[in-house]
Design a protein around this ligand. Structure first.
Ligand SMILES: Cc1ncc(COP(=O)(O)O)c(C=O)c1O
Length: 377
């Protein structure tokens, strides 16, 4: 085996392996990872991790290292308690407990656990594109069928339409995404309520993916408020975005305790390492300083929407830490122009559109200046 093999030779060798039929000719998920001045393509927090957070994580990871001869707490009890306390902030009058929480290495793994337990061979998963490009891949990886629903031309979803689509398809799992990636669109709770009622008729699990939940515009509620009395509702969150922990890999969900029991049946033993538990737990102790960055990011997000409009482009209203914008005649040329200026953003495959993550003030300025030059050519 040598590195000199051409990619065609590698592809031929891969095809000769006894891999599953449906994986033949497929591409793995992967956005470019390039080191440039403004890396605004995967919706990370680009602000520096606050010094108090770095210090707290270092201390707890240091302590965890002396216990690594033992398997970690399989139930990550302390972490679940802290996650429940954090989410309870979104719950006027109510409380979540550790029993309601599940976590894994990123919400990607949380979602995989959900589909392993509730979808699978002969079962189906429905989502509403344009949406997170991993959903069909989770379905593929769990041998489930993927049903692509539809949304309005402005990417919004109405309660009646979502409920109708669910009633017609009767999938085993429905994923709503709020705020949605790549469009930034948040859902009103009446949409989630109507989707739940329709889903419950076929005993369908309803997942609301709130990976960008902390970036919601003022007054936009979280589906966490609807958990009480809805045993088929799951709300997923992640520490990758608002908590600046994309590299730490910690995603979680809130649901009825029996949903978490179902996930215990499919998780691999000890899936959250002592280091992951220590780092996430320390970050949660410092949620306040991390949430201060969230407010700064929202300012840049709103600035992007405003300045793109002033350039004559068409940004979609965003409740997330990124903005999808249309109005480009050649999005590929725009993407290349930005990259030549060391600004990396995302081509999400929608003609005339690109998606940009809200960065620091300087990064956002770099992006806006570069794009302004492109548009003004
Ligand atoms: C809508 C949505 N859900 C889930 C994820 C997965 O994030 P992670 O696995 O880092 O928690 C992402 C990542 O970009 C996302 O955009």
């Amino acid at each position: 085996m040598t590195n000199a093999q051409t990619s065609n030779e590698r592809a031929d060798r891969l095809a000769a392996l006894p891999i599953r039929e449906e994986l033949h000719g497929q591409e793995p998920y992967g956005a470019p990872q390039l080191t440039v001045r403004a890396m605004l393509n995967v919706n990370e927090t680009t602000h520096e991790v606050p010094a108090d957070v770095v210090e707290a994580i270092t201390k707890q990871v240091h302590a965890a290292a002396s216990q690594m001869n033992r398997y970690p707490d399989r139930e990550f009890t302390e972490l679940r308690r802290k996650l429940a306390d954090f989410l309870s902030r979104d719950l006027p009058g109510g409380d979540l407990s550790a029993e309601n929480i599940w976590a894994a290495n990123g919400s990607n793994e949380v979602m995989q656990h959900l589909l392993q337990a509730f979808a699978g061979p002969g079962r189906s998963v429905m989502a509403f594109p344009p949406t997170y490009s991993m959903y069909p891949l989770y379905a593929r990886g769990t041998y489930s069928d993927y049903i692509a629903g539809t949304r309005n031309a402005d990417y919004t979803q109405s309660a009646d339409d979502v409920a109708d689509q669910i009633r017609r398809s009767r999938p085993h799992v429905v994923i709503l995404t709020s705020p949605n990636n790549p469009t930034g669109t948040a859902l009103e709770l009446d949409v989630v309520r109507a989707a739940y009622e329709a889903a419950a008729e076929s005993n369908t699990l309803l997942i609301v993916d709130e990976a960008y939940g902390e970036f919601r515009q003022p007054g936009v509620p979280s589906a966490v408020e609807l958990l009480e009395g809805r045993p088929l509702l799951v709300v997923t969150r992640t520490m990758s975005k608002a908590f600046a922990m994309a590299g730490g890999r910690l995603g979680y969900l809130a649901a009825a305790p029996e949903v978490t029991d179902a996930l215990r049946l499919v998780r691999l033993p000890y899936h959250l390492s002592v280091y992951t538990q220590a780092a996430a737990s320390a970050a949660l102790d410092h949620a306040e300083s991390l949430m201060a960055n969230v407010e700064k990011i929202k300012v840049q997000r709103d600035r992007i929407m405003e300045e793109l409009r002033a350039m004559g482009l068409d940004p979609s209203p965003s409740d997330a830490n990124f903005v999808l914008f249309g109005g480009l005649t050649d999005e590929k040329a725009a993407w290349k122009h930005l990259l030549a200026d060391e600004v990396l953003i995302r081509d999400v495959g929608i003609p005339g559109h690109l998606r940009v993550t809200a960065g620091t003030e300087e990064e956002t300025t770099l992006f806006l200046d570069s794009l302004r030059t492109f548009v003004g050519r």
